[in-house]
Design a protein around this ligand. Structure first.
Ligand code: ZN
Length: 434
């Protein structure tokens, strides 16, 4: 039995929800606290599966009406409370006091358009940060439960003009000109409810860096919330986790997509923000549907699909390659598992399947030269002696990470406060160099 469970865990490495107490920051560090183990049973959550919140209608972006804004907040919260298998009651209160970590009785959702107010609340410049959530919780030892209990959470979205964001209710394509209120808010609400960042980049709304195309919780996000606020067991609705058909509501089947299994249908309409795909089933949107680009496609303006890595092969040209592990034969027949370098030509612990060609052969785009050679005007030539590294791969990193790239901070023990930011599309993911 134990071996079977281990096998199942091993099959699903790409999906790994986290909580506030063990989330992974954009820098790849893991959050921790002094409350002991951080598990499904002990992770931070609101007491008795109930929480109320207020919405400030001040300082909202131009083009968004007050009623649009209020209904966006309510429907974004609903996209969490409606997750199959979740029992969580969220109650709207009133206009709210725009508190941010000051009033424990009031959970406030607000916009901030003044730079001074932003600096005062966040303690960091507004550039590159879309939204910030400040949840606090108590350890089980000090709380009225055997889990960490969240006692306050406030959320602000960034409408400071100097940050240069162009907000829309929702964005359909990956672009630096459109920031999705729904996507940003749904991410921040995940923190509000106790979720952390699962990994620095990936197909989950709780990822630390925005791809903006994810406007709703996906499978991994949903399973994180189910762990914190489980409903009594019942037949599983569309998109909920299952093992066999009998787990699902009648009319649904237990459908497999990549490494996950969930209840779906190939006869009706889709719900839970799922989409009808070519095989006739309702599925969670793939990376491609969310705007990610495929193998060997240009990733200079987009993110690569799952299991691919964006590699800068020459100045201003970047393509998606398959990630690989050295000594494993996972690459194609003409490819080798090539160790990547940073922008200073230092080798890094990252590898991609790439086709490497010999001296005098054609190179460029997705074809690179063997070590010791340089791609010059489309042909591999011996690298000049004074520069032993891959001289042509010298484009500067396009990453425009501001100094204040992490908003994550743990304050006084006893009461744990976490300042959690969602980074914007203006901060490109650092590209790996060839
Ligand atoms: Zn976040």
């Amino acid at each position: 039995m134990k071996i079977l469970l281990l096998g199942l865990l091993f099959l699903t490495p790409a999906y790994s929800y986290k909580f506030l107490c063990n989330g992974i920051t954009a820098e790849g560090e893991t959050e921790s606290d002094t409350c002991g183990a951080c598990t499904d049973a002990t992770g931070p959550r609101w007491l008795n599966q109930k929480v109320s919140y207020n919405i400030s209608t001040k300082q909202i972006p131009t083009g968004i009406s007050v009623s649009d804004w209020v209904s966006l907040v309510k429907s974004s919260f609903a996209s969490w409370t409606e997750v199959p298998g979740v029992l969580l009651t969220m109650t709207y209160g009133s206009e709210g006091a725009r508190s941010f970590g000051e009033d424990e009785k009031s959970q406030d959702v607000s916009w901030v358009n003044g730079e001074a107010e932003w600096m005062d609340k966040v303690g960091a410049a507004p550039n590159g940060i879309l939204g910030v959530t400040l949840p606090s919780y108590k350890c089980p030892q000090e709380a009225a439960a055997n889990y960490r209990v969240i006692d306050d959470a406030d959320m602000i979205l960034n409408n400071v003009p100097s940050a240069g964001f162009t907000w829309s209710q929702s964005c359909s394509m990956l672009t630096e000109k459109c920031q999705s209120i729904r996507g940003t808010m749904t991410h921040e609400m995940g923190h509000f409810l106790g979720l952390g960042h699962p990994f620095a980049s990936g197909q989950a709304i709780m990822s630390a860096q925005a791809s903006f195309l994810i406007d709703y919780p996906l499978f991994d996000d949903q399973q994180g919330l189910v762990a914190l606020y489980p409903a009594a067991s019942a037949p599983v609705a569309m998109g909920g986790k299952c093992i066999v058909d009998g787990d699902c509501l009648s009319g649904l089947t237990c459908h497999a997509q990549d490494q996950i299994k969930y209840c779906s249908s190939n006869i009706g309409t889709c719900s839970n923000h799922m989409v009808l795909v070519n095989n006739g089933f309702c599925e969670y949107p793939s990376g491609a549907l969310l705007g990610a680009v495929k193998l060997h496609e240009d990733c200079s303006q987009s993110v690569c699909d799952t299991d691919l890595i964006c590699v800068g092969v020459a100045a201003s040209t970047e393509y998606c390659f398959a990630e690989c592990t050295p000594n494993k034969t996972s690459c194609g027949p003409l490819e080798t598992c090539h160790q990547l370098h940073d922008s200073k030509h230092q080798p890094i612990n990252s590898y991609a399947c790439m086709q490497e060609v010999k001296e005098g052969e054609k190179c460029g785009n997705i074809i690179t030269c063997q070590t010791g050679l340089t791609c010059t005007v489309g042909v591999c030539v011996v690298t000049p002696k004074q520069n032993l590294t891959e001289a042509s791969f010298s484009s500067p990193s396009p990453s425009s990470n501001p100094e204040n790239s992490s908003c994550s901070s743990v304050k006084t023990p006893g009461e744990i406060w976490l300042l959690l930011c969602l980074m914007g599309i203006l901060i490109h993911r650092p590209k790996k160099k060839c």
